[in-house]
Design a protein around this ligand. Structure first.
Ligand code: FES
Length: 102
């Protein structure tokens, strides 16, 4: 059953218009700040495994730094093919802690 787990402190969150990658156990999670809204999705691009948290934000999408695949931050869907979809996670801030449901 999913439960909320601490992934970062509030101060570590990316600034608006940026993404960042975080370790959560054996997983890497991409946390993005799109127009002030914080989202969390798998960090591994479905193309060839690029690190999305090292990518840039364009509009409402995270752009993979390796070959430019774009993912809608809120849904995890690849912009060119919505059937290609990364897992997304609920995320919340409690005090100074950032928690994701995983
Ligand atoms: S690995 Fe992400 S676009 Fe190729």
């Amino acid at each position: 059953m999913p439960s909320f787990t601490r992934i970062a402190s509030k101060a570590e969150l990316p600034d608006e218009g940026e993404a960042r990658e975080f370790n959560l156990g054996e997983k890497m999670i991409c946390i993005a700040n799109v127009n002030g809204e914080i989202t969390a999705m798998d960090n591994v691009c479905l193309h060839r495994g690029g690190p999305l948290g090292q990518g840039v934000i364009e509009g409402d999408k995270i752009v993979c730094p390796w070959h430019g695949w774009q993912y809608v931050a809120k849904t995890g869907e690849a912009a060119h093919n919505p059937a290609a979809k990364l897992a997304i996670y609920l995320i919340k801030v409690e005090g100074d802690d950032v928690l994701v449901e995983i």
